[in-house]
Design a protein around this ligand. Structure first.
Ligand code: ATP
Ligand code: MG
Length: 417
């Protein structure tokens, strides 16, 4: 019986992995420029962490989590809850008034796999803890925009405010009234959401629901004074940094803990899976998880599968792997033995490949070509006797004799291009 990867779980093989490395490299550079520090978090957490932070009445907690029911532990479906758990557990709030952290890794959600939607997928998650300054919101979005631009990915930024516990309940009541009038026309999910999580009805993808919700009241018209002011200052910050955005009253987050600023980076190149990054503010969450009171936070997660699909589509010129400096072609048993020792010594400073089976010179030259070797060193019987190997520059096709010692070869590789 052939064993295959689970549905929705995917290997990232050489040829594709270079795009992932490119993505991570550019992202790490950008995050560093904005003074973010990396944090690495475990994959398993207590189920309660996600139930409490994400919210019981969310798609994630209701139906998407991988939970070991006998142990009450869950494979993380997102990173914010874990990051905050660590922030509280290690007292990171006491070390710096504002913490700027990012983490990169796999997340797990049991949903229907399709293009850009997997069961094990990867996110880059960026969070700022300890500031409710609207400039921080604007800066975070500007960083996302800068990263996507440097990757050559075209997106639009959509922005909304979800208000706060002071102003949202009144809005929610109006929304529920609006929804109730149209309940019979809504999909079964929305019928359920109308009582459990009515804001989610706003971003239902079913066309009939969209049509019904078109004239729904907008939260932007129901913000309290401080939320309205905050929202305006976020927009002014974005304008100052020349980050284009549009307001979208239908955008809500599936997670309960969001308040005020919410945003998404949207692409028109991936069909239904349009959001490449999503995030927002969650000022009450640290306290909900047992951390210090009044610790505001904002963050967003970028879906890496979708970014890689976009990089592929845009045929970004990411080189075919780095190639190697030297291929050592040992001919015959003794040639291989000599190659084996030299390869190890030279690997202290340069990348080296060899054929341990000592196949024919023709075959080894082919292998060297495939490996993208800049130089090939040939060691046959004659070379072993004379102590001089043949070093071939694969680009210029020039050959020279070089002493079969690692120091002579390293010198030669350093001086020749
Ligand atoms: P969606 O509406 O696409 O299900 P979501 O609201 O569940 O997204 P978030 O929890 O906000 O997504 O995650 C942030 C980003 O992570 C998404 O914008 C998307 O790019 C990516 N993402 C979410 N779920 C998946 C998945 N199952 N497979 C691949 N990427 C995903
Ligand atoms: Mg989802």
């Amino acid at each position: 019986m052939k064993i295959q990867a689970l549905k929705g779980f995917k290997d990232i093989v050489p040829g594709e992995v270079e795009l992932w490395q490119h993505l991570e490299k550019v992202a790490r550079e950008v995050f560093a420029r904005f003074h973010f520090a990396e944090i690495r978090l475990p994959i398993l957490e207590e189920t309660e962490l996600f139930a409490r932070s994400i919210g019981e009445a969310t798609d994630i907690v209701e139906k998407e989590m991988y939970t070991f029911t006998d142990k009450k532990i869950t494979m993380r479906p997102e990173a914010t809850a874990s990051l905050l758990r660590a922030y509280i557990e290690h007292g990171l709030y006491a070390q710096k008034p504002v913490q700027r952290l990012f983490t990169i890794g796999p997340m797990f959600r049991h949903e229907r796999p399709q293009k850009g939607r997997l069961r094990q997928f990867h996110q880059m998650d960026i969070e700022v803890l300890g500031s409710e300054n609207p400039l921080v919101d604007a800066e975070l979005m500007a960083m996302g925009a800068m990263l996507l631009k440097e990757l050559g990915i075209t997106v639009s930024l959509e922005l909304n405010s979800l208000g706060c516990p002071d102003c949202r309940p009144a809005y929610r009541a109006q929304l529920v009234a609006y929804i109730t009038e149209r309940l019979q026309h809504l999909c079964s999910d929305c019928k359920r959401r109308s009582t459990t999580n009515p804001l989610r009805v706003l971003d239902c993808k079913v066309p009939a629901c969209r049509e019904q919700m078109a004239e729904a009241p907008s939260i932007q018209d129901h913000l309290c004074g401080p939320c309205r002011d905050h929202f305006q200052r976020v927009q002014a910050g974005l304008a100052q940094l020349d980050v284009p955005f549009s307001l979208n009253k239908f955008m809500v987050r599936g997670l309960d803990y969001y308040c005020r600023t919410t945003f998404e980076f949207i692409t028109s190149d991936l069909g239904a899976q349009a959001a490449v990054a999503a995030g927002g503010r969650y000022d009450g969450l640290v306290e909900t998880l047992g951390g210090p009171k009044n610790t505001p936070g904002i963050g967003f997660a970028m879906g890496m599968e979708r970014l890689v699909l976009l990089l592929q589509q845009q045929q970004q010129a990411v080189s075919e792997g780095p190639g190697i400096d030297l291929f050592i072609a040992g001919i015959g048993e003794q040639g291989v033995e000599k190659a084996f020792g030299l390869a190890h010594a030279i690997r202290a400073v340069r990348s080296v490949a060899m054929d341990h089976d000592g196949k024919s010179l023709k075959s080894q030259m082919k292998q060297a070509d495939k490996a993208g070797a800049r130089f090939v060193l040939i060691i046959g019987d004659t070379e072993l006797t004379s102590g001089l190997g043949i070093l071939r520059n694969m680009r210029t096709e020039e050959q020279q004799n070089v002493e079969l010692s690692s120091s002579a070869l390293i010198d030669c590789l350093k001086t020749n291009k």
